[in-house]
Design a protein around this ligand. Structure first.
Ligand SMILES: Nc1ncnc2c1ncn2[C@@H]1O[C@H](COP(=O)(O)OP(=O)(O)OP(=O)(O)O)[C@@H](O)[C@H]1O
Ligand SMILES: N[C@@H](CCO)C(=O)O
Length: 355
């Protein structure tokens, strides 16, 4: 039986990088990978997709393709293009190295993988900007999904939409991504609201090759929804100016060679999200204040990765000492951690097997 086979690879991401809350993201060399196949001439009776999964999250992720985040996003994209269902006898094998709920963009990677899966299954070849629209209809803040899709150190904003488009972009997620029951009646969920065009806009900043990312990953999950719920809705002018001043410097400073630790360390400080999240991450202020370029040569800056609980340390060397000292501080708060040194990754990729 002739098969179509392709694979999808999406990197992890670290969002915010200190002052860039919901604005900047960095793709990292840790991947969500999908191997996809289906027969080009399937048996006449329709068979639903079969999903298998190894690696991070394997014990908690739904294997029902109508409940799994990646395949639901793919079905959303397919149905927005008048393709009502997955190809028959579709098999998806997932390997995931991105831990769930740790601030390394696992949900953003799952969403981007879903947009690429839907696009590839229907051979749509949508432009990257349109794929981003679909990802943003689901994830709704651009930092992780943009960096995961395009790769590198990326800044992004959401367009100010015309009123009708703004309404379309803010329909409840449950309408965008209903949990499609496999025995759904013919019409149910067939016509989800498509995303408006041009929701997200981005630019890639330079990145100094000597700078690597140390991810210090606590062994507990923190949902992004919970970590966003503790944030205020209003900020003082002083706190906004504090962050904007640092972000303006940081986006250029991280591309300069040699990197200037004094400049970057201060530019990675934040007053918009980290102070409010410290109650959810025991040891966070102690780690970020005790580990500095003065105490740990090689360190450039240290911050919460995304919504946490992972700590991101940017450094050129001395990774073991930085990580082990962070581990010792976390231990005082009964938090166990794992750590790894990561490189800045390229964007997502789809590779088609030769026919
Ligand atoms: N590969 C995946 N397949 C299916 N669902 C996933 C996958 N990865 C993540 N998820 C879903 O996303 C949830 C985690 O998303 P959440 O936004 O809370 O954290 P995160 O994306 O890891 O962190 P952050 O957004 O701070 O970087 C998981 O509990 C799971 O429901
Ligand atoms: N900017 C987001 C990233 C996490 O998805 C936040 O900090 O909540």
């Amino acid at each position: 039986m002739a098969l179509r086979e392709f694979s999808i690879r999406v990197p992890a991401t670290s969002a915010n990088i200190g002052p860039g809350f919901d604005v900047v993201g960095l793709s990292l060399s840790l991947y969500l990978e999908l191997d996809v196949s289906y027969p080009l001439d399937p048996p006449s009776e329709y068979a639903h997709p079969v999903l298998s999964y190894t690696g991070e999250g394997a014990d908690e992720v739904p294997l029902d393709a109508y409940k799994n985040l990646t395949t639901r996003v793919a079905l959303y994209l397919l149905r927005c293009h008048a393709v009502p269902r997955f190809p028959s006898h579709l098999t998806i094998r997932v390997r995931n190295a991105i831990p769930f709920g740790r601030g390394l963009g696992s949900s953003g990677a799952a969403v981007v993988a879903g947009t690429l899966l839907g696009d590839a299954l229907a051979s749509l070849r949508l432009p990257q900007t349109r794929l981003l629209d679909f990802a943003l209809m689901v994830e709704r803040h651009p930092d992780n999904v943009t960096a995961a899709l395009v790769g590198g150190f990326v800044g992004s904003y959401l367009a100010e939409l015309a009123p009708a488009d703004a309404a379309a972009a803010s329909v409840p997620l449950s309408e965008v991504l209903p949990e499609y029951p496999p025995d759904a009646s013919a019409e149910w969920g067939l016509h989800p609201p498509p995303p408006p065009r041009g929701i997200g806009h981005f630019v890639r900043f330079n990145w100094a090759p000597a700078v690597r990312a140390l991810a210090i990953v606590p062994r507990f999950e923190l949902s992004t929804a919970l970590a966003r719920a503790v944030l205020p809705t209003h900020y003082s002018r002083a706190d906004l100016v504090f962050n904007m001043q640092r972000l303006a410097v940081l986006t250029t400073a991280l591309g300069q060679t040699p990197p200037d630790a004094g400049l970057i360390y201060e530019a990675m400080k934040d007053r918009v999200h980290q102070p409010y999240r410290k109650g959810l991450i025991p040891g966070l202020p102690e780690v970020t204040s005790a580990i500095t370029p003065a105490t740990h040569p090689g360190l450039l800056g240290i911050c919460l990765s995304g919504a946490g609980p992972t700590i991101l340390a940017l450094a050129t060397h001395n990774f073991d000492a930085i990580a082990e000292d962070a581990r010792a501080i976390f231990k005082r708060f009964d938090v166990e951690v794992d750590w790894q040194v990561l490189d800045i990754a390229g964007g997502s990729a789809v590779s088609e097997a030769a026919a």
